[in-house]
Design a protein around this ligand. Sequence first.
Ligand code: ADP
Ligand code: MG
Length: 686
Amino acid sequence: MTDLNKNVQYIKGVGEARAKALNKLGIYTLEDLITYYPRDYEDRSKIKKIAEIVDGEKCSIEAEVVSGLNVRMLGRYKSIEKAIVKDETDNCMITWFNQPYLRTQIKRGGKYRFFGKIQVKNGVKELNSPVFDAIDKNNNTGKIIPVYPLTYEINGNAIRKIIQNGLSLVGNLEETMPKYILDKYNLLGYDESIKQIHFPINFDAFKKARRRLVFDELLIMQLGLLKLKGENNKEIKGIKYDENVNMSEVINDLPFKLTKAQLNVLEEINNDMEQDKPMNRLLQGDVGSGKTIVAMIAAYKAVKSGYQVVILAPTMILAKQHLENFNNILGKYGIKCEGLVGGMTAKQKRLALERIENGDVDIVIGTHALLEENVVFNKLGLVVTDEQHRFGVKQRSTIIAKGENPDVLVMTATPIPRTLALILYGDLDISIIDELPPNRKEIQTFAVSKKLESRVNEFVKKEINKGRQCYVVCPLVEEQEENDGPKLKSALELAEEYQNKIFKDYKVGVLHGKMRPKEKDEIMQKFKDKEIDILVSTTVIEVGVDVPNASLMIIENAERFGLAQLHQLRGRVGRGEYESYCILKCGGINELIKERMDIMTKTNNGFVIAEKDLELRGSGDFFGTKQHGIPEFKIANLFQDMEALKEVQALAIQIINKDMNLEKEENKLLNKLVEKRFSSKAEITI
Ligand code: ADP
Ligand code: MG
């Protein structure tokens, strides 16, 4: 058996140039090569009778050549080759281009198997440029052929050959999974699976092979994440907060009743806080579900137990908003909150830093400025990050390092189906607020085409005349590809057109990503202060800014946004007492767009929308999953394989509960796979 770490360059058919091309596909070793899975298959195994074939069908025929190959040269390098073949049902014309050498291969009276697409012209059947084998061979036909994701440099036939060469080198592949799992889940062996996934003898074999490999991939990912979580928690001594500080002291004083979901989540958080291992919790809840108040109550507990709290917000405007809210609710308990944002003067900042370091401040609320080295806490006990996806894992750990194993609460408004959350945030415990406070009005949502533009404009005027304000969101123009339909207007262009033409009598403002943070904040503040009626912007307003007077959200070219993102944007309105509306303007309409817009108009539930988004677009596009750090899979598809994912998650939890470090004899193999998956690139040998 050949070493699986063998450099792919030295495999027959590869060489230096092709090795480079393979490297680009992530293939460095023999093992990478044989685990480079097909993206599709072409079934060339079924043989059809010529008489049964219809126009446009792709299939194999077995036929005898009745004419010799006719070659017509059309120039020095151009030619057409034609032959007529027949089976016992009918005749068929075969045409190739620029392959005069076929003269030596296609012989009158010879029998061959051809595979290609049939065209019927004037009742004559014609097969264009088919692949073929002599009837007693099956190199290119007569079987199921894998189709690989391609590069320009290596074509389908070449990569098939290379993989075949690789497979013939490896001999019998060693089993990678413990036997007890194979037996329990009735999984195909590893050797068989790898071979069948590339060159399945039939589709049933393919299905079994795929099931096994998907199972492996998901299980190893999930085990790795759970193990990581175990390691995070193991032996690290965190803070045990005072059991006598009761959250209900705040809860009972609030101007509103908390929802059941909020109370449940607070109980989970309270439990975590009273244990001596650090809390590592993700708090998920739809926009407006009331996450901030939950964070406040947790902060209360921390402060009253003698610790400082830091709240990390993604934008200055949000930090300011939080500061205001925290002061409103917690001020009366003698808790001192202080903001630390980018725009402060040097002196203001120095004084604030002093107070934080001395412990004169209980809760510090700010932006990235908090990550700087000169921010030193007196006794940091709780870290809250809001709108998690704006902060990288690295930033999270920078702030955590400012305390001694502080508790961590990560808040996000991005609704993620639970199974996915386990993969995405496998290293965190998860709490979900799955209901909105009562009496929240549904945002009325309409999808309209460009034709209704003037009516929409009239509606905007009507709302503003009532005293309301309006958001208009445009997609990023940079995202437009060439030949991608009519040119989209940028936020700037649209704002100009609005101010100078359509909404002359109103105040139009504009906000876009290229502005400096200070400028953005100023505009946002003006909007809050009602100095702007219509705020045109890119998606920079996506995160939770509160302008209760804004009742109308218009989204330009809504078809270009993910559903989850549309839902986030829509959540900017309906935050006050007024009836609120969201109008989705669509540039073009097709079935998929219609279906997506229908979901938006029919439900206000972020989790339902996220599930649907996932279903319609697949996990690859799931509101830009790359950005959300969904790991890449070689064969598993998080939507298509949801059932397998559930099965695997249950198993992974069972295994980890019994054997947290995967040390038991029966789990040794699993441990090896996990280590390999989570380590950097394996060694390459020659
Ligand atoms: P999000 O989860 O989007 O961050 P917020 O925490 O900003 O939501 O809450 C939105 C609004 O709802 C805030 O004004 C908050 O005071 C209010 N709120 C929170 N919980 C409740 C509740 N249980 N009943 C009524 N209003 C609530
Ligand atoms: Mg919020």
